[in-house]
Design a protein around this ligand. Structure first.
Ligand code: ATP
Ligand code: MG
Length: 329
């Protein structure tokens, strides 16, 4: 399988009060055609900024370095006008807040038709028929009625289905879903993930699933990257990561998922919080919270090391691998 997306050394810097902060630091990521890759990590670790960078949708104070290749084309070389043609058509995104991405004064039908008329050159009758098909495809049973509804009249789960329909309308090669189910209750969440998996299979689409929930990753992904304070700290296929996590942070994340807490009085939590980009520590960014911290961790940030055939990990516990493997970052 060839790579649909190849991100190399993606670094996103925001400037604020004449100071610059690296919010995403040297991210490398490959997604094959039809593959699903999860990006997981606590709030503030740079997941949304990484995905907005890939879409080239940053606010003015943000800048991007590195390379983002979609199906062989370098997205960072495109002008904004060219990117507008790519967004929605080649690469689509489901945003973290569905209500902020749906226009409250336009009907669902109107909003979904827009992209089809713009990117696919359909006329009104063709786009209407296609919108109804799309709404049905994402599991909305009264598609003809929903076509005429306004977003605020729909439940959270329905709105998220509409967002999926909108994202897949033009058959993108890559879909980035940023916490698509966070705001939903567990039953609806499972239904939405099922719809996404089904559609991904049908369209042979590549998927990046951004979430703080390892349960969502286990359900939907082939591979996963764990991010911490702007950096990837572990990367592996999902089974390996869940069965044999390498980084102490990943071990903590797995212990703190509700599934693993059955029978325990309190859910495990990792003490402390993710440092903000203006307060990254000198050594390993996780060291202040790490149960296995060693003197070197406070001095030097470890590179991403190949632990074995299956996992890469940014942790000095695996430093004996350093000499024998290619060092990445
Ligand atoms: N436009 C911006 N200007 C300056 N800093 C920003 C900007 N957008 C995000 N940040 C900072 O970048 C860091 C990463 O934010 P991001 O939204 O990517 O986190 P996240 O991993 O998506 O978190 P969550 O799980 O809460 O969605 C945060 O410290 C945030 O304050
Ligand atoms: Mg986010």
């Amino acid at each position: 399988m060839t790579n649909m997306l190849e991100v190399t050394g993606l670094t996103t810097t925001f400037s604020k009060n004449e100071r610059a902060f690296k919010v995403v630091d040297n991210l490398c990521l490959q997604v094959k055609k039809g593959e699903s890759v999860g990006i997981v990590g606590e709030s503030g670790c740079g997941k949304s900024v990484a995905s907005l960078s890939m879409m080239r949708l940053l606010s003015k104070n943000g800048s991007i370095e590195g390379r983002i290749q979609l199906d062989g084309a370098d997205l960072l070389r495109y002008s904004e006008k060219e990117m507008q043609k790519i967004r929605g058509k080649e690469i689509a995104m489901i945003f973290q807040e569905p209500m902020t991405s749906l226009n409250p004064v336009l009907t669902i039908g109107k909003q979904l038709s827009e992209g089809l008329e713009k990117h696919e050159g359909m006329n009104r009758a063709q786009s209407r028929q296609r919108v109804v098909e799309l709404l049905t495809q994402v599991g909305i049973s009264r598609a003809n009625e929903i076509y005429h509804e306004y977003p605020h009249r729909l439940s959270g789960g329905m709105r998220q289905r509409v967002m999926i329909a909108m994202a897949i309308a033009c058959h993108p090669k890559l879909l980035i879903a940023d916490e698509p189910t966070t705001a939903l209750d567990v039953t609806i969440q499972a239904q939405i993930l099922d719809v996404m998996k089904k559609i991904q299979r049908e369209l042979g689409m590549s998927l990046i699933m951004i979430t703080h929930d390892l349960g969502v990753v286990a359900e939907t992904c082939d591979r996963v990257l764990v991010m911490y304070a702007g950096q990837v700290i572990e990367a592996a296929d999902v089974r390996t990561l869940l069965r044999s996590p390498k980084h102490p942070y990943t071990v903590g994340l797995i212990k703190s998922t509700p599934h693993n807490a059955k029978g325990l009085k309190r859910l495990h939590s990792i003490a402390g919080s993710v440092p903000t980009p203006d307060h990254y520590p000198k050594g390993c960014r996780f060291a202040p919270r790490c149960e296995k911290v060693m003197p070197i961790c406070l001095e030097q940030n470890p590179p991403l090391l190949d632990v074995d055939q299956q996992s890469e990990c940014r942790c000095w516990l695996y430093r004996e691998n350093r000499e024998s493997t290619a060092v990445n970052g």
